[in-house]
Write a protein that binds this ligand. Structure first.
Ligand SMILES: [Fe+2]
Length: 225
């Protein structure tokens, strides 16, 4: 993705969060030159991937296959530093799909915090890690469901679903774009995502202008962290 596109998406996202009165923590607003020099003080941000994340899943079609996220809190699976939970805020556009994946260990609640309808398509995984045609079982807002493979569950604002490990899911918005929340056990995007099909997690960035904010995937290069 071009940096100019990422910058435009971030400007738009900051406005969208404000519109929904969803206020982000201070580090969301640090420009690249405002990051504290003392990297040790911000170890929890750097080590656990807190902050902005824009991805086209490596496919170069952000409008159809993409997601913009902000990770507010997170820890590590081995318990070394950080907290044993994670929280994200996500902006899901109409018809913009987060491709089918599951997590080996993370259990996550996906929450519609406002906007249109969040649609989530569900499959169990089989012994070969493929999409299973067996029934899917899940809990949404305290109610248990059993549905056929490929069921599309709808979340209106305020509603949520609990996604357990090995349960394949993809999602997109209908009607209006959605401010989605994620509350989960710790999140490791480098090791815990099992995508169905060839999909990358982070975008290739073409630097055509300076970044207005750093993405989590920029920390290593821009902050030598
Ligand atoms: Fe997920």
């Amino acid at each position: 993705m071009k940096r100019s596109r990422i910058n435009a998406l971030l400007r738009d996202a900051i406005g969208f969060f404000e519109t929904h009165h969803f206020h982000l923590p201070p580090f969301a607003h640090w420009t690249p030159d405002a990051w504290p020099e003392d990297r040790d003080r911000i170890r929890d941000i750097l080590d656990h991937g807190l902050g902005w994340d824009v991805t086209d899943f490596g496919q170069g079609r952000f409008d159809e296959l993409g997601l913009l996220l902000f990770t507010l809190r997170n820890g590590s699976e081995d318990g070394k530093g950080g907290v044993p939970y994670a929280e994200k805020a996500m902006i899901v556009n109409i018809g913009q799909v987060t491709p089918t994946h599951y997590h080996w260990s993370k259990i996550e609640d996906i929450i519609n915090r406002g906007g249109g309808t969040l649609k989530i398509k569900l499959y169990a995984s089989d012994a070969q890690d493929e999409l299973s045609d067996s029934l899917v079982h899940f809990v949404a807002d305290g109610v248990r469901y059993t549905e056929p493979a490929g069921h599309v569950f709808s979340l209106a604002p305020g509603e949520s679903i609990t996604l357990t490990p090995n349960l394949y899911h993809s999602f997109w918005a209908e009607g209006e774009r959605v401010l989605a929340g994620e509350v989960s056990s710790v999140n490791d995007d480098l090791t815990d995502n099992r995508f169905h099909g060839l999909v990358g997690r982070f975008p290739d960035v073409e630097e055509d202008e300076p970044p207005i904010r750093l993405l989590v995937s920029d920390y290593e290069r821009w902050l030598n962290a």
